[in-house]
Design a protein around this ligand. Structure first.
Ligand SMILES: *Cc1c(COP(=O)(O)O)cnc(C)c1O
Length: 396
């Protein structure tokens, strides 16, 4: 559950080298531990392990060597004391809410958040007596006025999905510490390669490993890392409720982390080239990318991130109808409900993920009618750009 990161090496070395101990076979790469449970030599050892006197594995719902390897790497990358891995990003986020809040507690969340997180906060938490207030991510100075005596946690996503809005993590860290609140940051869009929220005061970092960490659109997974005492509660919640990460998925995700730094550098570099080339295009009313100087929070983005990430957004002048035609005109980019893949993906939130909201509700969370989100893959950036340019011309 809690494994101290290896501080001797830099994060990219730890992402490659942290590994489960070799077995007697002396394998070079980590084997897969596809086993539901683990054996004991004798009754005394089994007793001691159940009494938490050893750190041996018992059962893969509680812990597993492959899952442990992934957690240790993620702790090293995020600079965290401890961590826990789950079956999906949503189970990591849900566990971080359920383990640390109780009936009567209050959650302060940015309104620009992932759709399923919004559903958890607005539909399910109230069933357990946990109330929430949304704040505007672009008005961080308004947050303090919303804090109540029973506020327990602040939750944000930065950059946000899909609008790529940015909030100042150091400022949030100060507010959280002043009022003794848990700052919980969904770091999915940046990944620990580009942003380490704990350095700015976050107490918990939640991540969908399904996205950039897998990086090839294969498996689901989630990770939460942070303060030891908070992770202890999350581990206890997950151990009994069962959102365990499969050892197979953990093995895939841990292998993926070996290339995360190289991939994020390329994704970010290509995304910046794409955003720069598209800015000013006659079919677009704006292009948004954290590392474009025209981004409203460019100064904050460049302060807390080491790269702008692999997502680019733009607004089609032709609105909702052009959004649909744009998707139909693409030849190379995939139309699929994922991001953070080696293959570039285009999505149009207003006609798909957020189609059930009213236009007013969409605008509130930064989703304009012609907003297109591009997840920039590892193809040659000129091929990605040309496909977008021809689709813009054909859909106008
Ligand atoms: C995808 C995503 C999630 C949910 O992760 P799953 O692995 O799909 O459960 C949460 N937050 C953000 C920002 C995401 O993009």
């Amino acid at each position: 559950m809690s494994k101290e990161s290896n501080r001797k090496y830099s994060p990219e070395t730890n992402a490659v080298r942290i590994q489960v101990p070799k077995t007697d076979e002396m394998e070079h790469t980590s084997p897969m531990f596809l086993t539901s449970s683990f054996c004991f030599d004798n009754a005394e050892e089994m007793r001691a392990t159940f009494a938490d006197e050893t750190d041996f594995n018992i059962y893969s719902r509680f812990s597993n060597p492959n899952v442990d390897e992934l957690i240790r790497k993620m702790c090293a990358l995020e600079g965290a004391e401890a961590g826990h891995a789950t079956a999906s990003g949503m189970s990591a986020i849900f566990a971080s809410f359920m383990a640390l809040m109780k009936a009567g507690d209050h959650l302060l969340s940015a309104s620009s958040i992932f759709g399923s997180t919004h559903t958890v906060i607005s539909k399910f938490l109230p069933k357990y007596g946990i109330e929430a207030t949304y704040f505007d991510i672009n008005d961080p100075n308004g947050i303090e006025a919303l804090i109540k005596p029973n506020t327990k946690m602040i939750f944000v996503e930065t950059p946000s999905n899909p609008g790529l809005e940015i909030i100042d993590l150091a400022l949030l860290g100060e507010i959280a510490n002043k009022h003794n609140l848990i700052l919980n940051v969904d770091n999915c869009f940046a990944s620990p390669v580009l942003q380490r929220p704990i350095e700015f005061g976050a107490h918990l970092v939640t991540t969908s490993a399904t996205k950039w960490i897998d990086g090839q659109g294969r498996v689901l997974g989630g990770v939460v890392v942070g303060k030891k005492e908070l992770i202890k509660e999350i581990h206890a919640f997950c151990r009994s409720t069962g959102p365990a990460l499969s050892p197979f998925n953990a093995w895939v995700l841990s292998k993926s982390l070996e290339t995360l730094h190289v991939r994020m550098e390329r994704h970010s570099g290509s995304a910046l080239k794409l955003a720069t080339a598209l800015e000013g295009n006659r079919h677009l009313s704006f292009v948004r990318y954290p590392f474009l100087p025209s981004h409203p929070q460019y100064a904050v983005a460049t302060k807390q991130m080491s790269g702008g990430g692999g997502l680019v957004c733009f607004e089609l002048k032709g609105g909702l109808q052009q959004g649909v035609r744009f998707l139909d005109s693409l030849e190379l980019l995939s139309l699929t409900a994922n991001l953070g893949d080696s293959r570039s993906i285009a999505s149009h939130p207003a006609s798909t993920t957020h189609a059930k909201l009213t236009e007013e509700e969409r605008l509130k969370v930064g989703i304009t009618p012609g907003l297109i989100r591009i997840s920039v893959g590892l193809e040659n950036v000129n091929d990605i750009l040309e496909d977008i340019l021809q689709a813009l011309d054909h859909s106008a």
